[in-house]
Every structure is written in C-alpha cells, then in structure tokens.
Ligand binder design. Structure first.
Ligand SMILES: Nc1nc2c(ncn2[C@@H]2O[C@H](COP(=O)(O)OP(=O)(O)OP(=O)(O)O)[C@@H](O)[C@H]2O)c(=O)[nH]1
Length: 377
C-alpha cells in the first residue's frame, strides 16, 4: 500500500437513485468520530439537490459537483476537485457521494490511478467503496412473482446493469430501507446479493444508520480483489477448477454458510459451457426471449459467423447486451456463460441454449445476418 499516515482517505458512496446515500452522508457528518470530513456530492441535474439536502452544507464543507456523472464526463472534474479542496480546506477524510447512475469501477479507477488527463494528488488514497442498496426496490425487482402486499413487480424499477455493477463492486454494502421489507424476504434478498458479491461486508440498515467505523477508515479497498471477487467471475473460476478436477457438475458444493443461505432461498448459479459456436440468429432470438428468475447473466460466447471474435454477453434484469469484446487469438474459442438467479431450471436453460448451437451446415454457410452488437453500452 502506498498510503502514509498523512494521506487523506476517501470513501466513495454509490447506489441507485433514492437508496439512502444522502441520508448516509448526513449520518456521517453528524457523527464523524474524531474526523473532520469534507464531502463531494455528485448529481446529474444542473442544481445539485443532494448537496442542498446535506444538512449545514456550507458549514460542513460540502462541495457540489453537478450537471454530469463522475463516472463518465466528470471524471477529470472529480480529480481536479479532490486536489483543489485539499488546498483550500482543512479536513482529514473525504467522502464522495456518487450520482445514482454512476458506475463504481470508473470512479475507483480515477481515484486510484487518476484519469488520462490528470493524476490524483499523492495526498489521497481510496479507503472504502460503499454501495447503498434499497432493499425494497431490490426485493420488488428480484421477486416479481411474490404476491406479498405492495410487492408487485415494478416495471419502472427493474434490476439494471448499473445497479448490479454497484452491488458487484463494493467493499461494504448497506442493505437499506430494511424497515420496508419483511424479515423473510430480506433473507432471500441478502442471499441473492451474496451470490452476486461474496466479498462485501453486508449491513442491514434503516435510514442508513451505521457505525461510521464500518464505512470510514476500514482499509478494505483493494481494486484487484474487488474485481476478482465479483460473483460471476467466481462462478467462472470455480467452473474451471471443477473442470480441472474432472468434476463437471456446475452446482455449488454444499459447504459453508454463504452457500447454505443461498441454497435455502433457492438462489443458485451455474455455468453454461460449450466448445461449439452458436448460430447468431437463434442465439440473438433467445436473448430476446429468455425469461425466468435470472438476476444476472454474464460471460462470453462464440458465434459461428464471427469465428475470430469474442462476444461479450451481459444481462441484469430485462437488459441484455451482447457485442464484440476482443479476439480469440491463440485461445480456443468457446462459450462460457454464468447464470445467477432463483430456482433456475438448469436443464431447461441448457436445452434452450443447446438448440441455439450452429449445425455443421450452418457453420459452413456464408452471408448470415449479424445481429451483434445489440444494446451494447
Ligand atoms: N422508509 C425508509 N426510507 C428511507 C430510508 N433511508 C432513506 N429513506 C428515505 O428515502 C428517500 C431517499 O433518500 P436519500 O438519502 O435522499 O437517497 P439518495 O440515495 O441520496 O437519493 P438520490 O440522490 O436521488 O440518488 C428520502 O426520503 C429518505 O428519507 C430507510 O431506511 N427507510
């Protein structure tokens, strides 16, 4: 680790719109321990409503970075602002509240290595990434078939790619708004989140109430580890290990508590692995039509009309993206797709996907329509 005792630690708070990020910032400002905290609040609109909602804004050292998102067009501004406030104010801890649509990985990258244009002053280091997740919103999206009161599926709030990114990449996860969700449902929501992200420390909270030491000065941030531990990457890695051991059963082994919690709530993952290409049209149609309780699907595919191209596939809720992400080069082409969800019907999914595999004649055919990329960011 490069930080020294004088370096200023940063906690980044991500999470979907309305999850309770500003509520958390206010808690931290009220109860910072011995720390003197400065806050940067990022909002998408021209007026930074969140900065105004942070109590005693001016007095407490809240800096507003609005009209854009710090994970994309305001990356340089974030880096500039972080260095500027260090010159102007006296504080020993920095909290950054990202906008609800911010992806955590680019923010973490700009706060650790800087951007192409600017590098972050060596006075700072990223200490903790926190995601505040609205347990009620997640439950409604995750459990659309549940007929509990007020839990009808909400088409306005599907599980989105960015929400799943926020769950998959964080050191600490606040499962907030727990007052709005029955205990039993919380257990299954937590089981699903653990499957998506086995590494994060999960806290169930109401109004983002948490001991500040759980989100500040934790020393938990580790870029490489956070990326490696994403649930879908773990599933791919486990599948490789199992294949290496001659074990082709892709279901989880029943050892350890996290696995048991997931199993108890029907949350599971499996890897679809084939060394034959898909027919692009059939595979694309399947991506349009697939249904079921899949919370997350991610991986790469081999399609017959692009024999040299690695096709990346990423799904969260109703969104499915698929498009070229590289070349096979010296690697053997293959398809490996991880599915994470509840009560998954592995044999049906496998049979449906097998129907999309190209026959030998189809592989030899030329002039096939190319549906990819589709909905790629
Ligand atoms: N019932 C309930 N409401 C909560 C809880 N936490 C926050 N809220 C309310 O949810 C609303 C949104 O909270 P904020 O803290 O502004 O959420 P945010 O993540 O900053 O929202 P954006 O900045 O819009 O992304 C506010 O009205 C909060 O009072 C909770 O645990 N339970």
């Amino acid at each position: 680790m490069h930080e020294s005792v004088e370096d200023i630690p940063i906690t980044v708070i991500c999470g979907p719109l309305g999850a309770g990020k500003t509520t958390l910032v206010n808690q931290l400002l009220k109860n910072p321990g011995e720390r003197q905290i400065a806050v940067i609040v990022n909002d998408m609109g021209e007026v930074n409503i969140d900065a105004e909602l942070v109590e005693d804004e001016a007095e407490k050292g809240v800096i507003d970075l609005s009209n854009g998102c710090i994970c994309c067009r305001l990356q340089d501004d974030l880096v500039t602002e972080v260095t500027r406030i260090a010159d102007q104010r006296s504080f020993d801890y920095l909290v950054v509240e990202a906008s609800g649509i911010s992806e955590p990985i680019p923010i973490a990258r700009s706060l650790t290595v800087g951007t192409e244009e600017k590098s972050l002053s060596d006075r700072f280091y990223l200490d903790t990434t926190v995601s505040v997740i609205d347990a009620y919103g997640f439950w409604k999206a995750f459990d659309p078939e549940e007929s509990l009161p007020d839990a009808a599926p909400d088409p306005e709030r599907p599980l989105t790619e960015v929400l799943v990114d926020q769950i998959e990449f964080c050191d600490v996860l606040l499962l907030n708004k727990c007052d709005m969700v029955p205990e039993e449902a919380l257990d299954s929501v937590e089981a699903a989140i653990e499957e998506l992200q086995p590494r994060a420390e999960i806290h169930r909270t109401r109004y983002s109430q948490i001991n500040p030491n759980d989100v500040l000065d934790t020393g938990l941030f580790n870029f490489g580890e956070a990326k490696r531990q994403q649930g879908w990457k773990q599933a791919l890695a486990n599948e490789t290990d199992e294949a290496g051991n001659g074990n082709h059963d892709h279901s989880h082994e029943d050892s350890g508590e996290a696995v048991s919690a997931a199993t108890a709530h029907g949350v599971e993952s499996f890897v679809y692995h084939r060394e034959r290409p898909f027919h692009p049209t059939r595979f694309n149609m399947w991506l349009d039509e697939w249904r079921g309780n899949i919370v997350r699907a991610k991986g790469f595919a081999w399609v017959s009309n692009r024999p040299k191209t690695v096709l990346g596939v990423s799904q969260a809720g109703p969104e499915v993206q698929a498009g070229p992400i590289g070349q096979w080069g010296d690697d053997d082409p293959m398809t490996r797709l991880v599915f994470i969800g509840r009560d998954l019907n592995e044999s049906d999914l496998t049979a449906e996907l097998d129907d999309c595999l190209a026959t030998a004649e189809e592989q030899a055919a030329e002039n096939v329509d190319d549906p990819f990329p589709r909905n790629l960011k």
